[in-house]
Design a protein around this ligand. Structure first.
Ligand SMILES: Cc1cc2nc3c(=O)[nH]c(=O)nc-3n(C[C@H](O)[C@H](O)[C@H](O)COP(=O)(O)OP(=O)(O)OC[C@H]3O[C@@H](n4cnc5c(N)ncnc54)[C@H](O)[C@@H]3O)c2cc1C
Length: 463
């Protein structure tokens, strides 16, 4: 790309501090959490939607490819650049006053998820998308990936919590979608089309987020289990318990060990188990006895053998800390390949058993670290590099075993990505989850929005 020509065309149209061209900045803004090799050719950091629109217009005229970039916590490589112009939203982080009549808040795309949470909390309201990366990921990234997170079982995915979207097409056209209406049955729903499109159709500049009240009273429970099947048997019982389930997460012993070591914490359970589940439940104040009795019954009937109950905020935070620290702890310990698959909950135990069996039989020596959102049918399979393998060997072995995972997934009617998205890492496996007819429509839709193929090229699908 001839960036000198681009910068001289841009001169006078934009403030000088909009652009970063330094090699270190280009490396930083061109790569993400996946550590896939990437670099930007040029970084642009606009402050307003008009600036975004003008930049995209100029890029369209000059045929410059653009990669939209949020907090770069993505786990599918969607924000990785290979020499393109990177459009960062980090300066577009304004939060408007919470609308207490509509229970909504208008925010710019670069606001972090945590900043939105903190902004709304004084009104007793929350945007219920909660994920361990919340301190860094941005609303634009959350919507572009249709983020899931820790409370999907109760609140659903990000797409349920948006009533208005401002987006800019590659041609620079500014779209004001839905104008914050709760009800609007007038034609195609473009907001829902853009959510989850991973920056391949248009860029998101602002959103009006729908808010809800905090759960009024919750307890966090932590139980050991012998297997995912036993964990799911308990989950089926819990679905009929005297509470609403806010979260149902699980992790294997390997994950607990690694996160406990990193946080320097000892387990307060009497003995160790192959698997653990964290369940947060909500119920009205005054119903504590009912929940206690239910727990007693679970122990009596041997559905669970042991457990911890966290009632105070600090106890709850401690238990949640174990779950939320897993991704970072694994990443800090060894190279890892992550698969955020999903299968129907009723088939999950059989699927996980088959994956474990296949890995053992493969003799590759790769360790499987299992954790994730069990209640949503969305486990994260983490293949961790054995110390004796070279990086090259590990990559080869994972590429081989990946085929087994995806063939199995297809036979279980699952998806190659529950929530992290397709990006570049799962693009070649998209047909496991999508039919030829769907793939054809995907390409047609992409051509309508971005006929020159300049927006986040090579991500999700190839034209
Ligand atoms: C520790 C950790 C825990 C995580 N836990 C979860 C979890 O529980 N659930 C979950 O769903 N994800 C999880 N993730 C993944 C990640 O945080 C989410 O995918 C998040 O939504 C990405 O947001 P981001 O701002 O970092 O986006 P980025 O990584 O910057 O970008 C992601 C995609 O969105 C596009 N994009 C970014 N901003 C815009 C914009 N304004 N307009 C158009 N396109 C844009 C990019 O081009 C890219 O394709 C986790 C990641 C980490 C590191």
């Amino acid at each position: 790309m001839d960036w000198k020509t681009f910068l001289s065309a841009a001169k006078g149209l934009f403030p000088d501090d909009l652009f970063l061209i330094d090699a270190e900045d280009c490396l930083r803004y061109g790569s993400d959490w996946t550590k896939t090799a990437g670099t930007a050719g040029l970084v642009v950091r606009p402050r307003t939607t008009d600036e975004v629109s003008e930049v995209l217009k100029l890029c369209s005229q000059m045929k410059i490819p653009v990669v939209p970039s949020g907090g770069r916590t993505g786990l599918a490589g969607g924000a990785v650049a290979r020499g393109e112009l990177v459009l960062s939203f980090e300066r577009m982080n304004r939060l408007s006053e919470v609308d207490i009549h509509g229970n909504t808040v208008r925010v710019q795309a670069g606001a972090t998820t945590q900043a939105v949470h903190e902004h709304c909390a004084p009104q007793g309201l929350m945007w219920p998308i909660d994920l361990a990366s919340k301190g860094s990921c941005e609303i634009g990234g959350n919507l572009s990936t249709n983020a899931g997170g820790l409370r999907v079982i109760r609140y659903g995915m990000a797409r349920k919590w948006v009533v208005g979207l401002q987006a800019v097409t590659m041609a620079g056209e500014i779209l004001e979608l839905n104008r914050d209406l709760e009800k609007n049955n007038t034609g195609y729903d473009l907001i829902q089309l853009l959510i989850g499109s991973e920056g391949t159709l248009a860029v998101i500049t602002e959103a009006t987020l729908k808010l809800t009240r905090f759960p009024n009273h919750s307890w966090v429970m932590f139980f050991p289990f012998e297997s995912p099947r036993a964990t799911l048997d308990f989950f089926a019982e819990a679905r009929r318990g005297p509470f609403e389930i806010l979260a149902f997460e699980f992790f294997s012993k390997a994950c607990l060990d690694i996160v406990s070591a990193r946080l320097n914490r000892q387990s307060r359970l009497g003995h160790s188990s192959p698997f653990y589940a964290l369940m947060e439940v909500e119920f009205p104040v005054g119903r504590e006895d009912e929940v206690d009795q239910w727990l007693g019954m679970m122990l009596e009937n041997r559905v669970v053998s042991d457990g911890l109950l966290a009632k105070s905020e600090s106890e709850k935070d401690q238990v949640w800390g174990l779950r939320e620290g897993i991704t970072e702890s694994i990443q800090a310990t060894a190279p890892v390949k992550k698969y955020d698959v999903s299968v129907p909950v009723r088939k999950l135990a059989a699927f996980l058993e088959e994956v474990e069996r296949a890995l053992k039989q493969s003799g590759l020596g790769i360790e499987l670290y299992l954790f994730g959102h069990l209640g949503d049918g969305s486990p994260h399979l983490n293949l961790v590099k054995p110390a004796i393998s070279t990086m090259e060997q590990f990559n080869q072995d994972c590429a081989e075993f990946e085929k087994t995972i995806f063939v199995l997934l297809k036979s279980y009617g699952g998806s190659v990505s529950a929530e992290h998205g397709v990006g570049i890492l799962k693009k070649h496996w998209l047909t496991v989850s999508r039919s030829p007819a769907e793939m054809r429509l995907f390409r047609d839709i992409k051509r309508v929005f971005d006929p020159q193929g300049l927006l986040n090229p090579g991500k999700v699908i190839d034209l």
